[in-house]
Design a protein around this ligand. Structure first.
Ligand SMILES: *Cc1c(COP(=O)(O)O)cnc(C)c1O
Length: 362
């Protein structure tokens, strides 16, 4: 039996040819492939603007700087997310204010308003594992308190809320192309989507040394640019994204059908079209199950084992440690099962068989 991996990066001849095309073009940074990739990403998301950057973390850092995020500001984030969600704001001197999760692992909107103070400037809802939250509710709360919203879509490329693609509803959407994500460029990368042309223009300048023309620098910027080879690869990947997401939903449906009553399967809200960046179950004897699956050559993961509000990087800076009981409970019980765009139902069945065997339900 061959090893079943947690995720897999798509590569085919078309991807390789795209990379070759970029190599042979003689242009390597922010040229025609990047422009086309930005236009295609904006069109796919349903925004007028998309700005590529070297990673989610760096392009969000630049965005926060343009938003004027600074010391004294509070930004609401879940603790149950990838650590980068809160890194840029911390670097700018702002404070992450953590709110607990609901059963979809997104911000618990019943607790959101109570976390808002006169210092709050924005909210970063994370669509963890590829399931959106109730965006209309977040936007209504944000509007009432004059807050901005950055949708963290790093795990949710192509997911929909009431038929609208994520990254098009908040003031900004933030995406990552890290190789494990649903949409990759076979390297690091990220982007911001928005309908705010003025901010997009300034972000394009800030990522490229504050330039307008080649030697006209309006303000000091950075080098957070994007490469032609990765853009050419990303354009091919984007064409396959919806198909791969559809396959992920098929795999997820099979998991849910077969694992019901054995482990706790992930809930789906009626307004959500999730993209299952991860298929995460909750279970008893999680660590033993993970070890057992390893003996069957089935890879699993824990996303994430240690909540961010308990990370030394956070507790060292912000001595007040909030109580987030659902987050702290979840990290002991969650297990991410293998899933990717090309996975077959047959492989999913093997994973289900092994889990059933572990719990003696075969
Ligand atoms: C991967 C990820 C990020 C960071 O993306 P990078 O491109 O690696 O900087 C941010 N938020 C979430 C939820 C992620 O999964």
């Amino acid at each position: 039996m061959s090893k079943i991996s947690l995720s897999k990066c798509f590569v085919n001849a078309e991807v390789e040819e795209a990379a070759l095309r970029a190599i042979r073009s003689g242009q390597y940074i922010l040229a025609s492939e990047c422009k086309a990739f930005e236009a295609e990403l904006a069109a796919h998301t349903g925004t007028t603007q998309c700005v590529l950057g070297s990673s989610w973390t760096m392009i969000v850092y630049l965005l926060h700087q343009l938003q004027g995020v600074g010391p004294g500001d509070e930004i609401i984030v879940p603790s149950h997310t990838a650590f980068p969600t809160m890194e840029p704001l911390i670097h700018l001197g702002a404070r992450p204010v953590f709110v607990d999760i609901d059963d979809t692992y997104c911000l618990d909107l019943d607790q959101l308003e109570a976390a808002i103070t006169p210092r709050t400037v924005g909210i970063i809802p994370v669509y963890l594992y590829g399931h959106p939250l109730d965006v209309d509710r977040v936007l209504a709360i944000a509007a009432k308190h004059h807050l901005w919203v950055i949708e963290d879509c790093a795990q949710a490329q192509g997911a929909k809320y009431k038929g609208k693609t994520v990254g098009s509803m908040g003031h900004f959407g933030a995406f990552s192309f890290f190789p494990s994500k649903n949409l990759t460029v076979l390297g690091d990368g990220g982007c911001i989507t928005t309908n705010n042309t003025q901010m997009a223009d300034r972000l394009r300048m800030l990522r490229n040394h504050g330039r307008q023309g080649k030697y006209d620098h309006e303000f000091p910027g950075y080098n957070v640019r994007f490469d032609e080879i990765k853009a050419a690869i990303g354009r091919v990947m984007l064409k396959h994204l919806d198909g791969f997401n559809e396959n992920r939903r098929k795999i997820a449906a099979r998991y849910t059908e077969r694992l019901k009553g054995i482990v706790q399967t992930p809930p789906v809200r009626e307004w959500a079209t999730p993209v299952y960046h991860m298929y995460v179950v909750r279970c008893e004897k999680r660590d033993e199950l993970q070890k057992f699956l390893k003996t069957k050559e089935i890879d699993t993961g824990i996303h994430y084992p240690k909540p961010n509000h308990l990370q030394p990087a956070v507790t060292g800076l912000f001595p007040y440690i909030p109580k987030l009981p659902r987050t702290e409970q979840a990290v002991k019980e969650i297990l991410s099962l293998p899933i990717h765009g090309e996975m077959t139902l047959d492989t999913a069945d093997k994973v289900c068989d092994a889990i059933a065997e572990f719990y003696g339900k075969k």
